[in-house]
Design a binder for this molecule. Structure first.
Ligand SMILES: Nc1ncnc2c1ncn2[C@@H]1O[C@H](COP(=O)(O)OP(=O)(O)OP(=O)(O)O)[C@@H](O)[C@H]1O
Length: 255
């Protein structure tokens, strides 16, 4: 699926913050969004999820998002919130996983099959009857991601999916995202983790004050000190170490 943005302007009624994106085409693959707190990353992701109104400024395969999703395609775009507490509301882990599939009107047996598979894949099987709020923070975060991926969406919108995850959780999410990308799907995610970005992402979009100010390879972003300062970013640790050691070209990742 291709997503096109044209003359996107959004302003929260209560604040002065506004987001402006003149022209952008998002094709399948991994798209990472970086930038300082408050630069508008989550707002853009919510607009792409149709959680905030974009009118006809965002089109999916030529239709406005609302039209696209309304025509039996609720499972095509999935979204996972940055803060699990904003997302989780069912009385058990199992019900939480099944909820989005029920909204998308998937057949009952398919919902049951996918729920079982996700419980196993995300290491949540022993917690299936637990209230999501009784999970650890990392467990809650995994559940939000599982609830999005279980839809098998064309486009997965993930707001800081690596936040609060322990190392095995981080490896699991990385592996599952790689699997989706290998299937030709789209993953659009926000991250503050420059080490992960350097290891896993080819192209990055950077936001500042509601505008996209950079789109290009990660190594080019790390090479531009003025831009890094403007974005309030530090490059990956391997890059910083290369600079300390005077290595040229700098090492992007150990992968
Ligand atoms: N529901 C809302 N109502 C009013 N203003 C909001 C709302 N949500 C976010 N904002 C404001 O919009 C601006 C952009 O916020 P947004 O969450 O999109 O930034 P962000 O880049 O994702 O930040 P972070 O990295 O902290 O998540 C901020 O100034 C924020 O206070």
């Amino acid at each position: 699926m291709q997503i096109k943005i044209k003359s996107l302007h959004y302003r929260y009624p209560e604040t002065n913050f506004s987001l402006d994106i003149p022209d952008l085409t998002l094709s399948p693959g991994l798209i990472c969004l970086v930038g300082q707190n408050g630069s508008g990353k989550s707002t853009l992701l919510k607009l792409l999820a149709d959680l905030l109104p974009a009118g006809d400024a965002i089109k999916a395969d030529g239709q406005t998002l609302s039209e696209y999703l309304a025509s039996g395609r609720l499972s095509k775009i999935a979204y996972a919130f940055q803060d699990p507490n904003d997302q989780l509301f069912n009385s058990s882990v199992e019900k939480e996983l099944a909820w989005s599939m029920k909204q998308a009107k998937l057949p009952e047996d398919e919902i049951a099959r996918r729920t079982e598979a996700a419980l196993k894949e995300f290491g949540l099987a022993e917690f299936r009857d637990l209230n999501p709020y009784d999970l650890s923070l990392s467990g809650k975060k995994l559940l939000t991601i599982a609830s999005a991926l279980v839809l098998d969406p064309e486009v997965c919108l993930l707001d800081e999916p690596l936040m609060s995850l322990d190392y095995p959780g981080r490896c699991l999410v990385t592996r599952l995202l790689e699997k989706r990308l290998a299937q030709g799907k789209t993953v659009i995610m926000i991250t503050h983790d420059m080490d992960w970005l350097a290891e896993n992402c080819q192209e990055v979009y950077a936001m500042s004050q509601g505008h996209l100010v950079y789109h290009g390879p990660v190594h080019q972003l790390f090479s531009d000190q003025e831009l890094l300062d403007r974005l309030g970013l530090l490059p990956a640790k391997t890059w910083q170490l290369s600079q300390l050691l005077g290595l040229k070209p700098e090492v992007l990742s150990l992968k």
